[in-house]
Design a protein around this ligand. Structure first.
Ligand SMILES: [Mg+2]
Length: 388
């Protein structure tokens, strides 16, 4: 039996669209996110089934691929790697992946521009002034133009440009772009980000010292380029996400939020169901109970725990991209960043077709055009793109 035929026989299927996502068709963050891939062995040195089982059992593989691996316990290692490649690069429709990746980046920028208007307001102040706030109108404490983005999107673009210019992952290039951006007098910059970037500018420091107080959301809000460039490799995701985070934020709670969010984005872009995503958040809450968001406390501050609780609450409660985002930003507080993070997650899940056109039309065309180019480049240069 040929390898491709074997894969089809065990029922690996493509995710169709979000509304058809079921437990049987869901996909995940790619292959084998928690374990190292075995090295290629000559036929004479192929391990027996037991070794492959040891390799498989501890990892959180996606449902279909886990089944696939169990079946492969009776195969040689060479066959395993071959099949893994087939599954990794042929399981998903590249057009769907590209669409969800675009929607994640554009969704992030929309959430940033939408939420910035009501940043630092309370939920009741927003309700009194707007009823339900749901249009991109600019203003806010930063006096933005309608559709103007803030540090969330700008720092993400710094990372994207660094990857594209370096043609690879370079924390120095990322930090350089952060420094250039800070010197350009951006419309906003968080205190922890400013401190970390200045430490790079003064001392060349690429990793801030661990700090229990640096648990803001500034590292999580900008992870998307690292997520796209690592698709679908869980180990690369961890490396990129944490290295960019530690330039400014070195804190275990921030790290946990960044990693969980990155993995959720990998899964959503690859077509996972909300049930699957919810189970992944359950794992985070088991390890870090502080992220528990049931019952929802209604806090949406810049503390990454409050931020992620708000995003989780509204993402899992919302039935459309718009519902997720409107619910999130109407909590007020750090609404541009809760909006940006919910926007990237909801965008990755729902895809471009679900993003309201009235919001896309309000965005700065130059920003959207750059995002489109960056997404194409990041996906093309990711393991997924390079191996097609
Ligand atoms: Mg901001």
């Amino acid at each position: 039996m040929g390898v491709v035929a074997f894969v089809h026989d065990i029922g690996i299927r493509r995710a169709k669209s979000h509304d058809k996502r079921t437990e049987g068709t869901e996909s995940g963050s790619g292959i084998n996110s928690n374990s190292a891939s075995p090295s290629l062995a000559t036929p004479a040195k192929r391990p027996n089934c037991l070794i492959i089982k040891q390799h498989v059992e501890p990892v959180a593989l996606v449902h279909n691929l886990q089944r696939y691996y169990v079946l492969l316990c009776h195969q040689c290692l060479q066959a395993e790697i071959l099949c893994e490649r087939v599954a990794m690069f042929n399981l998903y429709n590249p057009e769907e992946i590209r669409d969800r990746a675009r929607a994640a980046f554009i969704g992030m920028a929309i959430g940033d521009a939408l939420g910035a208007t009501v940043e630092f307001m309370t939920a009741s102040e927003i309700a009194t002034k707007y009823g339900t706030f749901k249009d991109i109108i600019g203003g806010g404490w930063l006096r933005l133009k309608p559709g103007q983005v803030t540090d969330d999107t700008e720092m993400a673009l710094c990372i994207a440009r660094a990857i594209v210019k370096s043609q690879g992952w370079s924390p120095v290039a990322v930090a350089e772009n952060f420094a250039t951006w800070l010197k350009s007098r951006p419309v906003d910059c968080g205190d922890t980000c400013r401190k970390g970037i200045r430490a790079y500018m003064l001392k060349g420091q690429l990793e801030s010292p661990p700090n229990e107080w640096d648990a803001g959301n500034g590292a999580a809000m900008r992870i998307l380029p690292a997520v796209l460039f690592s698709l679908p490799d869980g180990e690369l995701l961890k490396k990129y996400v944490l290295e960019q985070a530690h330039i400014t934020h070195n804190n275990p709670v921030s790290d946990a939020a960044c990693l969980c969010l990155g993995q959720l984005l990998h899964m959503a872009i690859c077509g996972a169901s909300k049930n699957r995503l919810s189970r992944h958040v359950d794992d985070l809450v088991t390890r870090f109970p502080t992220f528990n968001f049931v019952p929802y406390r209604g806090l949406a501050t810049g503390y990454v725990v409050d931020t992620m609780q708000t995003v989780f609450h509204w993402f899992f409660r919302g039935r459309s991209f718009e519902e997720c985002l409107v619910g999130t930003v109407n909590q007020g507080a750090d609404a541009d960043t809760t909006g940006a993070i919910c926007g990237m997650l909801a965008g990755a899940y729902y895809g471009m077709a679900e993003i309201p056109k009235r919001w896309i039309k309000k965005m700065e065309p130059k920003v959207i055009a750059e995002i489109e180019v960056m997404v194409e480049r990041l996906i093309a240069e990711s393991p997924l793109g390079r191996n097609r």
